[in-house]
Write a protein that binds this ligand. Structure first.
Ligand SMILES: [Fe+2]
Length: 423
């Protein structure tokens, strides 16, 4: 085999190694370092570096270096004008050791860089250019044999330079994409915060209209969230149901204030006016593009009952969306446990009786069971926060009294033998 053929085979196998390395983008710097080794090994060179041009701050960042010593700089200054000059397809390798080229090299690289490269004993400078854009250099020291680089070797380096250039170019693209994605995530988070703040502001506006139910919407949001989490809903669904809880009574904004605040039992006409609010809520919420599914439907059906005696449509059982069943329980639980216009709140034993009586009639048993389990966990100190206990106020849930009641009720609801279900 001739010497030339051996060299060709050697160069091609080095190129194949390079291709494999460049295809593997797990760790960019590791990839460049290995690639540099391949180049140095193929040419018998003992020192070298790969530098990436950092557009914007006019520097060359040394991505990988070999044999330059510990004092070698991590970055080199590089003028944008030089980058511009080198941005031509198929650039030539520049040699610092050939005196007849020195003027051209100084013109293209600038005196400072040429001086630094001289100090580092790097003498062959191969520009990396991709899509007519200068992306960096391969910088090589002299050969172990002290011979000059042959034309053939320069060709090999130029070919390798194209591979490495593509690697750097792709990595830069990837970095830009990641940066954009990061920015988009930031914007999205901002939007979510704005959305949530708006929802809370609306909840406050709804509750302002009803002077006897201060904070009702906020509490329904929190109870709904706790129930859904207890039922194993995903965090995103939990966020959605909290919003539905906050907004479930938004339709009350279009109901007359006097009817909402009547200090006496309202008549049938007023009652039917008040009962418009779930459908009105749907009308208000439906045109909005919510980041969560089914918010308008949860508002629309939060007064439906499992037995079909609710409103506005008299849906039964599974016809009612699961979210609406949760909001319904959260809504009623808050109504029972807060003082209203002309009735004081129920004591806990009465709440338990109401749940037992209405499971399977007004309320979905699995939703009641979830609320009871969440309460029991708080009472037993199994949760980090005690949201329900705080919302109900001090002393409402007496652990000794409510623990056995909850355990018993949960067992009934979960085994489906609650009084109502048996009827
Ligand atoms: Fe309501």
């Amino acid at each position: 085999m001739s010497d030339q053929t051996t060299k060709l085979i050697h160069a091609f196998s080095a190129l194949a190694d390079l291709g494999e390395e460049l295809a593997d983008t797990r760790d960019f710097e590791e990839m460049v370092r290995t690639t540099l080794h391949v180049v140095l090994g193929a040419l018998g060179v003992r020192r070298g570096a790969v530098a990436e041009y950092m557009q914007g701050d006019d520097t060359l960042r040394i991505v990988a270096a070999w044999g330059l010593g510990d004092d070698a700089p991590a970055t080199l200054t590089f003028a944008a004008a030089s980058a511009e000059m080198l941005s031509a397809p198929h650039p030539r390798a520049l040699s610092l050791s050939e005196s007849d080229q020195l003027e051209l090299v100084q013109h293209q690289l600038g005196d400072t860089l040429v001086a630094t490269l001289g100090e580092l004993r790097l003498q062959l400078v191969v520009p990396l250019v991709v899509h007519k854009k200068f992306v960096g250099f391969i910088l090589l020291g002299d050969k172990a044999t002290d011979e000059e680089f042959t034309l053939y070797e320069r060709e090999v380096v130029r070919t390798m330079a194209r591979h490495i250039g593509v690697g750097i170019f792709n990595h830069r693209l990837l970095r830009e994409v990641e940066q954009r994605a990061e920015e988009s995530r930031g914007l999205y988070d901002n939007l979510r915060t704005i959305y949530r703040d708006t929802v809370r502001a609306f909840a406050a506006a709804i509750d302002c209209k009803d002077k006897y139910t201060q904070g009702h919407s906020e509490r329904v949001g929190k109870y709904s969230e706790i129930i859904a989490r207890e039922m194993g809903w995903s965090e995103e669904q939990v966020e959605g149901i909290a919003v539905a809880g906050y907004l479930h009574d938004i339709g009350k904004l279009v109901v007359e204030r006097d009817i909402i605040n009547a200090p006496y039992k309202i008549d049938a006409k007023q009652s039917s006016e008040l009962n418009r609010h779930p459908a009105a809520g749907y009308e208000i919420l439906a045109p909005i593009r919510h980041p969560y599914a089914d918010i308008p439907l949860m508002a629309k059906y939060h007064h439906e009952r499992i037995d079909g005696r609710g409103y506005p449509e008299g849906l039964t059982g599974d016809q009612i969306p699961p979210g609406a069943k949760i909001v319904s329980v959260a809504d009623s639980f808050d109504a029972m446990t807060t003082d209203r216009t002309y009735k004081r709140r129920k004591v806990f034993t009465e709440v338990v009786e109401d749940f037992r009586k209405n499971a399977g009639k007004q309320f979905a048993p699995e939703v009641l069971a979830a609320l009871c389990r969440a309460m029991l966990k708080e009472v037993n100190g199994e949760t980090k926060e005690r949201v329900i206990i705080k919302l109900l106020g001090k002393g409402y849930l007496e652990p000794e009294e409510c623990r056995p009641l909850l355990v018993e009720l949960i067992a009934e609801l979960e085994s489906g033998v609650s009084l109502a279900a048996a009827q």
